[in-house]
Design a protein around this ligand. Sequence first.
Ligand code: G
Ligand code: MN
Length: 276
Amino acid sequence: MYFTGHGLPGYIREHLAKAIASNTLQLHYQPQFTVANQAILGVEALLRWPSPTQGWLNPEQVVAVAEAHNLIQPLTEWVLRTAFAEFRMVQQQVQRLAINISASYLQQQNVAAVVQTLLAEFAIAPQQVELEITESVVLHASAQVVQQLRAIRHLGVALSIDDFGTGFCGLRYLLEFPVSGLKIDRAFLHQALANPRSATLYHDILQLARNLNLVIVAEGVESLAQLQFLQLTYCQVAQGYYLAKPMTLKQLQQFVQNSAPSKLLAVAEPALSLLP
Ligand code: G
Ligand code: MN
């Protein structure tokens, strides 16, 4: 889907500052749903860059170039401001907005202060916002970053670990870090449906998170069977192509208008056999 040719970092480096300033960048939104009846609960904002010559640019590479070339501040602040402004357009139907924040932005900036200002400017309640960080942030966090994370939580903004389980984040960190939620990496869900041991692992991650009072979002739901498995394990929130793909703001506005919560899922017989 994305252009990833060799010349790409060079292209991004050359055009990123202008793309930020000229509003060439876009945010797409992927809905998150309650597992029980697939009611839309929130959206995750995802960076998209349609380049006239290169097609859709890979967002991870865009962020990597921004980090390397001193553009992470304008990029992240464009994302925050745009996401907040656009969230206002769907705030009646969507309760929560999740935004990805990179490690270097957390290291450099007073994120809590930036978010606090934007919350006031757009009249959004802190409880409606969630910042997603990766395990690498937690792993390499300086005292200053930990202080930032505490300040964010102190505002009432949620803080979750993205792609949980893929890095080397020791479980000890879950106790020591001021995080409020986990997004379990999609690889765990895919494996869970493939063999009983992986199913048990997924189940136990959920259990652990619940016992620590962490909110779980299951990432990468791509089939009904996976959704049924999540219901069976009492996972509450899910995101993935089976439920909805990332979409433009316009599409999201149509989506929330047309979607009524569906019926509760029937008991998930096929998934039952996976668990002890
Ligand atoms: O790391 P993070 O969870 O923020 O990544 C989100 C990315 O995952 C988005 O770019 C989105 O397009 C992609 N994504 C969302 N849902 C699915 C899914 O069900 N399957 C796969 N393979 N990718 C997904
Ligand atoms: Mn994310």
